[in-house]
Design a protein. Sequence first.
Length: 51
Amino acid sequence: MAKRTPKAPDSGKKVRRIARNVIGVVPAEKVFQSKADRKKPKHKKPVNPDE
């Protein structure tokens, strides 16, 4: 049986590891609020004393 040759190192993993050392760990992704939630209303709704 023939000897197995070791696989070449993954260049992408090496590059990402170096980038993590240089830049640091990337912060976790943030969930964006919808525009309706962020935007203030143009006109306030009138206050009804009946309700």
